[in-house]
Ligand binder design. Structure first.
Ligand SMILES: *Cc1c(COP(=O)(O)O)cnc(C)c1O
Length: 424
C-alpha cells in the first residue's frame, strides 16, 4: 500500500500511512462487493450499523416507496406518517416508562440531545445542575459535547481545552465491581450531578469491554436513590446486539433517557432518536416559551429515514426474526470458546452477538503497531475486520452464516500466527 493524498478526507484515517480506499460497489446480506470483483465478508456490520444485512429488501422497498412521496419536511409545526409510526412502534417495543421520542440524525446528536434534556430538566424545575458522571473508557461520539463525556486520549487531545469537566468512575473490571459502584455512589453524593451516562453492558469503541447486567441494575438503583438521571447510550448496543432487543432489558432497567441510532434503520440510512420519561418532557411543557426544548437538526425525522426505520421496526415484530440475535450469539459462542484457553490471546469474551479477544503483544493499546498489520492481513483475506489496537472483535450482521464465521475465526487464528512471525 502506498500512501496517497486524497481530496476526500476519510474518518479515522491517517492518509499519510494509508493507500487508496477500497471502492465498494454493492452490498448484499453479510457481503460487500468491490469494484474489482472481490467479495468481502462484513464482520463488523460496517461500523456496527447493519443489523439484518446490507440492502435488506423490505427496507430498500420502504425507501423506494417513500422517496417520491415526501423526502424532506421541516419537523417544527409539521409531522408525517412515517415519523408518527416510528414513534408509535418505538414506544411499543421499549419498556413502559419511556413516553416521548425526540428525533435526530446521528448517534452523537442523540447523545447531545440526551445531555441537553437532562440539563434542561434540572433548569426548568428550578434546581439547576450541570455535572455529568461518566464511565472510564466510554465512547459517546465525536462532537465536542460527546467527546467531553467520553474517554480522553489520543483521539481528542488537541480539543481538550474545549471539553467540559466531568466526573469519571472506573470501569468495573472483574473483581473490582464494588469500587465502581462505590465511586458512583460517592460521585452522586458529592456533586449532585444532573446525570450519569453509560453504555449498557458493552463499552464499544473503548475496546469492547463488557460487564454484567446485575451491575448495570445496581448502577441504575444508585442513580435512582440519589435522584440523578440515568442516561443509557444504546447507540451501539441496541437492536439485538447484546442478544435482547435492547441491552437495558437484560438488566430490567428502564433508563430516564435512552439513545438509539446505528441499527435504527437496519443500518440503511442515518437516523437517531432520544427517548425520555414524561417527567423530563413535562419539565419542558409550559406556556412559558423559555422552557421550550430548543434543539433541532435540519433533517430531524427525515421522512425517507423514518420510512426505513418503520420497515425495520416492523421486521422486529416478527417472532422468528426476534430469535435471530440469540442464534447468532450461539454460533459466535461455539467459535469464540475455542480461543478461551489459547495462549496467544487474553480476555476472550462475548456479550450476545459480539465477541472480542485481545492478541497478546508486547505493546498493546489503540496505537499499537500491531493494529495496521492486522488490518492489512484481514484485508488480504477479504474480511472487513477492524481491530481496536490489539483487540479483535466480531460483530456480524444477523444474516451471517456458519461458513462466514468459520472463515472469520480461521483468519483470526492465522492473523495471530502472522503477527508472531512478523515480530519474531
Ligand atoms: C457510534 C456511537 C456513537 C456515535 O454515533 P454516530 O452516529 O457515529 O454519531 C455514540 N455512542 C455509542 C455508544 C456509539 O457506539
Amino acid at each position: 500500500m502506498s500512501a496517497t493524498r486524497s481530496p476526500i478526507w476519510h474518518p479515522f484515517t491517517q492518509h499519510a500511512l494509508h493507500g487508496a480506499m477500497t471502492k465498494i460497489v454493492r452490498g448484499e446480506g453479510a457481503y460487500l462487493f468491490t469494484e474489482d470483483g472481490r467479495r468481502i465478508i462484513d464482520a463488523i456490520s460496517s461500523w456496527w450499523v447493519v443489523t439484518h444485512g446490507h440492502c435488506h429488501p423490505a427496507i430498500v422497498a420502504a425507501i423506494q416507496q417513500q422517496a417520491p412521496l415526501l423526502n424532506q419536511i421541516i419537523f417544527a409545526g409539521y409531522t408525517h406518517e412515517p415519523a408518527e409510526q416510528v414513534a408509535k412502534l418505538l414506544l411499543k417495543l421499549t419498556p413502559p416508562g419511556l413516553d416521548h421520542v425526540f428525533f435526530s440524525d446521528s448517534g452523537s446528536t442523540s447523545v447531545e440531545v440526551a445531555l441537553k434534556m437532562a440539563l434542561g430538566y434540572w433548569h426548568n424545575i428550578g434546581k439547576p445542575r450541570s455535572r455529568v458522571v461518566v464511565m472510564q473508557h466510554s465512547y459517546h461520539g465525536d462532537t465536542i459535547g460527546t467527546m467531553s463525556v467520553g474517554e480522553r486520549g489520543v483521539f481528542n487531545a488537541p480539543y481538550g481545552p474545549l471539553l467540559f469537566d466531568v466526573t469519571a468512575i472506573p470501569f468495573p473490571e472483574e473483581g473490582c465491581e464494588q469500587q465502581t459502584l462505590a465511586a458512583l455512589q460517592q460521585a452522586c453524593e458529592q456533586h449532585q450531578p444532573a446525570a450519569f451516562i453509560v453504555e449498557p453492558l458493552i463499552l464499544g469503541a473503548g475496546g469492547m469491554q463488557m460487564y454484567s447486567p446485575p451491575l448495570l441494575r445496581e448502577m441504575k438503583r444508585i442513580c435512582e436513590a440519589a435522584d440523578v438521571l440515568f442516561i443509557a447510550d444504546e447507540v451501539m448496543t441496541g437492536w439485538g446486539r447484546t442478544g435482547a432487543l435492547f441491552a437495558c432489558e437484560q438488566a430490567e432497567v428502564v433508563p430516564d433517557i435512552v439513545c438509539y441510532s446505528k441499527g435504527l434503520t437496519g443500518g440503511a440510512v442515518p437516523l437517531a432518536v432520544t427517548l425520555c420519561r414524561s417527567a423530563i418532557y413535562d419539565a419542558h411543557y409550559s406556556t412559558d416559551r423559555s422552557r421550550t426544548f430548543y434543539h433541532s437538526s435540519s433533517y430531524t425525522a427525515n421522512p425517507v429515514a423514518c420510512a426505513a426505520a418503520r420497515a425495520n421496526l416492523e421486521l422486529w415484530q416478527d417472532p422468528q426474526l426476534r430469535q435471530r440475535p440469540q442464534q447468532v450469539a450461539a454460533m459466535q459462542e461455539q467459535r469464540i470458546a475455542a480461543f478461551r484457553d489459547d495462549p496467544r490471546f487474553a480476555n476472550v469474551r462475548r456479550t450476545g452477538t459480539i465477541t472480542a479477544l485481545d492478541l497478546k503483544v508486547p505493546d498493546g493499546g489503540y496505537l499499537a503497531g500491531v493494529g495496521p498489520t492486522l488490518l492489512a492481513f484481514f484485508q488480504s483475506r477479504n474480511l472487513l475486520l477492524r481491530p481496536l489496537g490489539n483487540t479483535i472483535y466480531v460483530m456480524p450482521p444477523y444474516c451471517v452464516t456458519e461458513g462466514d464465521l468459520d472463515e472469520i475465526y480461521d483468519a483470526i487464528s492465522a492473523a495471530a500466527d502472522h503477527v508472531r512471525a512478523k515480530t519474531g
